[in-house]
Design a binder for this molecule. Structure first.
Ligand code: SIN
Length: 291
């Protein structure tokens, strides 16, 4: 750390750090931006509290890390009026489904997934609604040499539709009619990525998989692939490997979408939770074995 006045408080052994000593309504100094980026590279996700932000402040913060994406693919998320870059993640008491309520990275089913996501709390339940994060660099480092070596040679196919239904079977109470609608809406939205990539800034090897969108290894059937995918994801999300963030009014999180999985908890029945998210584009994981 340079002498920027930022203070860092890690939330777990490998994942997540809270940063204080900065007001995100003001433009970030170059030194603060560099230190926040270093913290993101080290911990995978950074958290800030007590920030009273307007949409333009959230966007200005995100732009310190790269280009903010204007929606590039079909989605059911709403948008903030006048700010098409900001998606609204709204959960009302009557909504059966909890957006993001499973371990995943954002937009892994696109050929160029975002570098990171910036999430700001707009309306929170009186309790619950935390988000968990798991560092996939730590998960990769914990594998045996033999398994890691084998995975370096694999690529995996990530499928958008899997969120709603897999092999024609609906998930999370989606009806057959809804699944047919989603199958049309998300047809062909899938991408293939290396299973292990090298982080472009930290140089750390990252396991790039998640339990829902990652459908299969390239050249393998889904049935052959799933036992290993689920084994790897279960190891990666062991309690020792995660942090859990308790949102408060004014909390903002930015995660490195290349390095961590995240999971929005579904434990606030009868209450509303509203979050505002933008995603930042930037360099992707390098192939394994590259510098
Ligand atoms: C997301 O999955 O991007 C949203 C996470 C959350 O709402 O906590």
């Amino acid at each position: 750390m340079k002498n920027t006045g930022l203070a860092l408080k890690p939330l777990s052994a490998t994942t997540g750090v809270e940063i204080s000593g900065v007001d995100l309504r003001a433009p970030l100094s170059d030194a603060d931006a560099a230190d926040i980026r270093a913290a993101l590279n080290a911990w995978g996700v950074v958290f800030f509290r007590d920030q009273a932000l307007e949409p333009e402040h959230q966007l200005a913060f995100a732009r310190a890390f790269g280009t903010v994406e204007v929606r590039s693919h079909p989605t059911s998320m709403g948008q903030v009026d006048g700010h098409p870059e900001l998606a609204v993640i709204r959960r009302e008491p009557t909504d059966g489904r909890n957006t993001g309520g499973f371990w995943h990275t954002d937009q892994c089913f696109l050929p160029d997934p975002p570098l990171g996501s910036v999430l700001y709390a707009k309306q929170l339940p009186t309790r619950g609604g935390d988000t968990m994060f798991a560092h996939m660099g730590a998960a990769c480092a914990a594998l045996s040499d033999g398994l890691r070596d084998m995975l370096r040679g694999l690529r995996a196919v990530h499928v958008r539709l899997n969120y709603h239904g897999i092999d024609g079977r609906a998930q999370w109470g989606v009806t057959a009619d809804e699944l047919a609608h989603y199958a049309e809406k998300y047809a062909g939205i899938e991408a293939t990525h290396p299973v292990i990539g090298r982080h472009p800034e930290s140089g750390q090897e990252i396991l790039y998989l998640n339990p829902i969108y990652t459908d299969r290894f390239e050249g393998w059937t889904r049935a052959e692939s799933q036992p290993l995918i689920q084994h790897l994801c279960a190891r990666a999300t062991r309690p020792e490997n995660i942090c859990r963030f308790r949102w408060e009014d004014g909390s903002l999180a930015m995660w490195d979408n290349r390095a961590v999985l995240h999971y929005a908890l579904d434990d606030y029945p009868g209450e509303t939770r509203v979050m505002q998210r933008c995603v930042v584009l930037g360099p992707w994981l390098h192939p394994p074995g590259s510098a």
